[in-house]
Write a protein that binds this ligand. Structure first.
Ligand code: ADP
Length: 297
């Protein structure tokens, strides 16, 4: 079973002709409200693929929180670990201009109140999980506590997004650490001494994770369990219309297949197909495929 520990946000989206400057007001389209946040996205993506999935997260006691709980339940996610209250539900205020460029303000809200104590109180979820997947839209000390609470034999998967330098204790637990190009550069910091993603895999491994996956958008991904064994996994050629959530779908699919016993390369190949379907459709959670849709690709 898969446990996702992470964020849940309401994405509030308004289309605009152009962004307002300081002190200015512009009129926009009707408001669209979508369930989002990397944790919530990953849980929905995995459940839709058929993974038995639970989410450990925190939402506010408000309408956005209810929207998030509802979307998790509709996808079949176990929401016993979704805590309610402490702050308003996290929100992403998103304006989209006619060229498709986004400007986003995030209010972490309840995500920032998911504490190490909440992790310790979720022992039964950790014991029921072969794989635990996390991102960085929750406090770093909470991620550290996740690593300390892993059940014996369970596997930790981290997508460090939004990226920041990580403590050695967290890096050492990752199997794998999953990064896109931007995240790889931030995690490597001074150690990013090459422009070649093939080199990043080895450089990242030197920071301590047991394995690494570097996602390269339409170029596929690289997987590595040792610096001398970097494998390129091909992407699937599709007409991309919206890449929102592709990374979340990829990570969820990879975690799901690893939990089912797949090798890292096989899991990444499956995840590439899931990511490819997701980019052919609008939205984040709305774009995630079922197992049958992945097979049909
Ligand atoms: P992120 O969304 O985190 O920046 P990427 O852009 O690397 O991550 O995308 C994650 C995965 O989604 C890729 O490894 C790939 O499998 C798939 N993907 C993303 N964009 C495309 C695309 N244009 N065509 C096919 N697959 C894609």
């Amino acid at each position: 079973d898969l446990l996702v520990v992470g964020s849940a946000n309401a994405d509030l989206v308004i289309g605009v002709e152009r962004r307002p400057g300081a002190g200015e007001t512009v009129l926009g389209s009707d408001l669209a409200v979508h369930p989002g946040g990397k944790g919530a996205n990953q849980a929905v993506a995995a459940a839709r693929l058929g993974a038995r999935t639970a989410l450990l997260a925190r939402v506010g006691d408000d309408g956005h929180g209810r929207l998030l709980l509802e979307s998790q339940r509709a996808a079949g996610v176990d929401t016993v670990g979704v805590l309610v209250g402490g702050a308003p539900t996290g929100v992403a205020l998103i304006t989209v201009d006619p060229s498709g460029d986004n400007s986003i303000v995030v209010s972490p809200g309840a995500n920032g109140r998911l504490t190490p104590g909440d992790v310790r109180a979720a022992t039964s979820l950790f014991h029921a999980s072969r794989v635990v997947s996390t991102q960085l839209e929750i406090p770093l000390e909470t991620v550290v506590e996740v690593v300390r609470n892993l059940a014996p034999g369970s596997r930790f998967v981290l997508n460090p997004s939004p990226p920041r330098p990580l403590p050695a204790e967290v890096l050492a637990a990752c199997d794998p650490l999953i990064v896109n190009e931007h995240e790889a550069k931030v995690i490597l910091g001074e150690a990013c001494v090459s422009d070649r993603p093939e080199d990043w895999a080895g450089l990242l491994l030197a920071k301590g994770p047991r394995s690494v996956v570097v996602t390269l958008g339409a170029e596929g991904s690289l997987v590595a369990s040792s610096p001398t064994d970097v494998t390129r996994v091909a992407s699937v050629k599709v007409d991309a219309v919206d890449t929102t959530g592709a990374g979340d779908a990829f990570t969820a699919a990879l975690a799901f297949r690893l939990g089912a016993g797949a090798s890292l390369a096989d899991a990444a190949a499956y995840a590439s197909r899931v990511g490819a379907v997701a980019v052919t459709r609008q939205g984040a959670q709305d774009s995630f495929p079922t197992a049958r849709e992945v097979e049909a690709l």
